[in-house]
Write a protein that binds this ligand. Structure first.
Ligand code: ATP
Length: 288
């Protein structure tokens, strides 16, 4: 990781995605010989994500996902909930093709992700981690990494959308203020909002989001909600949910248990039909 960060610092402008640098290399995941041309997927417009009897085990390990089937319709929000170890983060990693499915298929707009060149796939998928990295460098560099062409006005507008406008406003250097190591240290909530700002700038049709498990103070909590709403507009969102407000807002909730889909539905439906969901909603999801 140290090596990766050094490379990042020297090559900021050229990099499109931080995650690619930090991602675990995929084993046996070379693109298939004749990948579908990138234009088979429309950029910009939201895309559907379909899990079709997906099975998966980490290399050398036991199976962790079994016949997982559900679809996230284009432009809608799906929340994933489940006990620790149920496989929620693993599902997100499969969409990004950090790993390959070992059974079934995963499709974006009907196209098997294995038939898409990885660059084309990653250009359509944004991933906001729970502990999003902040690069040592300026605020501007941290934003331009996902949209090298963005204008000053656009950068400022996006910062306002995720409630980080104050960072540039209170520093005489504006967007050139140093952040991260050796500069303004950002709180966990601010770091995740910075990652959401990068996702907004990149504008991927599909966004994967791993919500923070920690309690945020009320201001950070409200700011995160607004940032998620901003990024969810006109986009397909798959979010590992740790908050009751997130599941209540979702179009669909998928309850995972032991690598299987235990139930799907809305909050109201699942409250009536799924004892596991009721248990999770009462004892695991943060109330904010
Ligand atoms: P949590 O809520 O605790 O983050 P989760 O539902 O996201 O849990 P995953 O992190 O997807 O669950 O883990 C599912 C299973 O896969 C677990 O048994 C876990 O130990 C295993 N696992 C996760 N990551 C790896 C890895 N990189 N290598 C091997 N096994 C892993």
């Amino acid at each position: 990781a140290v090596h990766a960060y050094t490379q990042l610092q020297t090559g900021l402008g050229a990099l499109q995605r931080i995650e690619e640098m930090l991602a675990v290399p995929v084993e046996g995941a070379a693109d298939r010989p004749a990948p579908v041309p990138a234009r088979a997927l429309p950029g910009g417009a939201p895309a559907s994500v379909e899990f079709d009897r997906v099975g998966f085990g980490y290399p050398g390990g036991p199976p962790v996902l079994h016949e997982v089937s559900f679809t996230v319709p284009a432009g809608t929000r799906t929340a994933l909930v489940g006990p620790s170890g149920a496989g929620k983060s693993t599902l997100l990693a499969l969409v990004e093709r950090f790993y390959e499915v070992t059974g079934g298929a995963l499709r974006i707009d009907g196209v098997d992700v294995r038939d898409l060149p990885r660059d084309a796939l990653r250009a359509r998928i944004g991933y906001v981690e729970q502990s999003a990295p902040v690069l040592a460098g300026t605020l501007r560099e941290n934003l331009l990494i996902s949209a090298p062409e963005a204008t000053e006005a656009r950068l400022r507008a996006v910062l306002d959308e995720v409630n980080l406008g104050h960072l540039a406003e209170r520093a005489p250097e504006g967007l050139n203020v140093q952040v991260g190591e050796g500069g303004v240290l950002l709180s966990g909530g601010e770091r995740q909002r910075l990652a959401i700002a990068r996702a907004l700038l990149a504008g991927p049709p599909v966004l994967l989001l791993d919500e923070p498990t920690s309690n945020l103070d009320a201001r950070n909590e409200a700011a995160l909600r607004r940032a998620i709403d901003a990024v969810a507009a006109r986009r397909t969102l798959l979010i590992v949910a740790h908050r009751l407000s997130t599941v209540v807002d979702a179009d669909q909730i998928v309850v995972l248990d032991g690598g299987r889909v235990a139930a799907t539905g809305t909050h109201d439906e699942l409250t009536g039909t799924s004892p596991l969901y009721r248990e999770l909603a009462t004892h695991q999801l943060l109330v904010s």
